[in-house]
Write a protein that binds this ligand. Structure first.
Ligand SMILES: NC(=O)c1ccc[n+]([C@@H]2O[C@H](COP(=O)([O-])OP(=O)(O)OC[C@H]3O[C@@H](n4cnc5c(N)ncnc54)[C@H](OP(=O)(O)O)[C@@H]3O)[C@@H](O)[C@H]2O)c1
Length: 270
């Protein structure tokens, strides 16, 4: 029996598989994918094992992580349901998922197993470099020890935090989507610097390190971001002129709208 299996080795699944292979012996990690060659390629790189299909993955692991798109999750669940029921009768089996928007109750309903332990998570892309922010919720059938073990399997992906499931869409929406908006911000900062004469490569580097440093300061000091912003803005100085330019163009309102628009889309996913 392997420790953990992943169904789906795409962008996000692949990132989590890489992180898990750093946290445990890759031989404890089983992976499968619709296009099996993709799973094989990842296995050649990481030394983890390949299951020939989704049923084999479920039969041979204690934790099974579903990493497929929302459009195909119901089909995958219907396919694995009989094996999930059979295996859960014989041993401890935890189903985990990274699929956006889908509720824990959907997993227990489609598998036909009301008491199935389910961990619902929303990781994000920086998990690929061990700097992710994963939000997780569980149902009452997941024991504390199982949740701890799952967090430990994922520890190389970055920070993990548990929330009640009714906060999952709101918290996961922020962590899941915001990397794209942060990339846009970095790109825009670099574009501005290019316009003022900084070579593109240097501009991207300066912008990215500046955003990274600012984010690290928020986390390490625990100070309110507004207080840190005030500390950079000298009276009559250059930074406050930039703050005014951003405020004139609705920077904070636009950013808040990005969060709420993505949230509305998330809660609309069935
Ligand atoms: N991307 C993100 O930043 C992010 C963040 C948080 C959560 N998520 C969630 O992560 C999930 C996957 O997203 P992604 O960006 O990784 O998508 P992706 O790159 O398209 O990966 C999906 C993978 O699922 C495989 N697959 C499809 N149908 C399958 C089946 N029936 N059995 C086994 N494998 C199957 C695909 O195989 P093929 O190789 O054959 O296409 C593909 O490798 C989504 O539900 C999304 O909500 C993504």
């Amino acid at each position: 029996m392997k420790k953990i299996a992943f169904i789906g080795t795409g962008n996000m699944g692949g990132a989590l598989i890489k992180a898990t292979c750093k946290a445990v012996d890759p031989k404890e990690v089983l992976i499968t994918n619709r296009t099996l060659a993709k799973a094989q390629e990842l296995s050649d790189e990481l030394g983890c094992c390949v299951a020939q299909n989704n049923l084999e993955a479920v039969k041979n692991a204690s934790y099974v992580v579903l990493c497929v798109k929302p459009q195909v999750i119901n089909g995958v669940l219907e396919e694995i349901a009989p094996v999930v029921r059979e295996e859960a009768k014989k041993r401890e089996l935890v189903l985990a998922t990274i699929v956006v928007g889908k509720k824990i109750a959907d997993y227990t309903e489609i598998t036909g197993l009301k008491e199935l332990p389910v961990i619902r998570t929303m990781p994000n892309m920086p998990a690929a470099i061990g700097q992710g922010m994963t939000i997780a919720a569980r149902n009452e059938f997941v024991k504390d020890t199982q949740m701890q073990e799952y967090f430990s399997l994922m520890k190389e992906s970055g920070l993990m935090e548990e929330v009640a499931e009714d906060k999952m869409n709101a918290a996961g929406n922020l962590s899941g989507c915001a990397p794209a908006w942060a990339f846009m911000f970095i790109e825009a900062l670099a574009d501005g610097a290019v316009q003022t004469g900084v070579p593109r490569k240097s501009a991207v580097k300066y912008a990215a390190q500046t955003v990274l440093g600012a984010a690290q300061m928020v986390l390490e000091t625990g100070k309110h971001p507004g207080e840190l912003k005030d500390a950079v803005c000298s009276p009559g100085g250059t930074t406050i002129v930039g703050v005014r330019a951003l405020e004139d163009r609705g920077f904070r309102g636009a950013t808040m709208s990005a969060v709420t628009a993505a949230y509305e889309k998330t809660i609309g996913i069935k």
